[in-house]
Design a protein. Structure first.
Length: 228
């Protein structure tokens, strides 16, 4: 998958909104779209651990449908996978946002800023699902695909809830994650205990002079292993 990895920085409570998994350019796919499916899912692997804050795809408004279809909202969801397929059980979506349909015809970006972000873990797989909330004519809108296929899979339903593996292509999409950064390495602020200095002083006093140099050296060697 074409993706951008945000390197972890410092700060136990710090987080940064970064581009996570993505494929192509959903703001300008410049490619074809699939118009026959009212619901499409794209699998991806999270690159960062944190809160998935937003997702962007591209839809292609290809006709002048009845007003109820033209104005129908989209539902964008983040779902876990079961056997590589988007989970379908009720309540399984870990983030859901309703997004108004674009007013203009042609390819238009469609972005969901999740009011309740999904918690994701780096290396785990999820699905981005795009669905019309009311559409009796599936070809009202198409979903833009990436010019070059990525590592995930595209899944579709038509018309029922059962997912089937879609065409050999991937959605043009982008995921943003508020990535949690690991805590920094803390400097050693432990105050000196004086154990080492005391032991070295004891060695010098116990084994004075040249005659006891070897024993003094051995004693110092052990003393230097003690905490400062």
């Amino acid at each position: 998958m074409t993706a951008s990895v945000a390197l972890f920085g410092a700060g136990s409570a710090s987080a940064a909104d970064v581009l996570d998994a993505h494929c192509g350019d959903p703001t300008n796919p410049g490619g074809s779209s699939f118009n026959d499916f009212p619901r499409v899912g794209q699998t991806f692997t999270a690159l960062n651990t944190g809160q998935l804050t937003s997702a962007t795809v591209n839809v292609n408004k290809v006709g002048q449908p009845a007003p109820v279809q033209q104005n129908a909202d989209f539902s964008m969801q983040i779902r876990p996978l079961v056997g590589g397929v988007p989970e379908e059980m009720a309540g399984s979506a870990i983030a859901t946002e309703t997004v108004p349909a674009p007013a203009l015809t042609g390819f238009q970006p469609l972005s969901a800023n999740f009011s309740t972000p999904a918690s994701v873990v780096a290396g785990q797989q999820y699905a981005l699902v795009v669905e019309r909330t009311a559409d009796s004519s599936a070809d009202t809108f198409g979903v833009g695909i990436a010019a070059v296929p990525c590592a995930g899979d595209m899944w579709v339903t038509n018309p029922g809830p059962v997912w089937g593996l879609g065409p050999t292509a991937d959605l043009a999409f982008a995921i943003h994650v508020n990535a949690v950064e690991p805590p920094p390495t803390q400097p050693n602020t432990t105050a000196p205990t004086g154990q080492r200095a005391a032991a070295l002083k004891k060695c010098k006093k116990k084994f004075p002079g040249k005659a006891k140099a070897k024993k003094r050296k051995k004693c110092k060697k052990k003393a230097n292993l003690l905490p400062v």
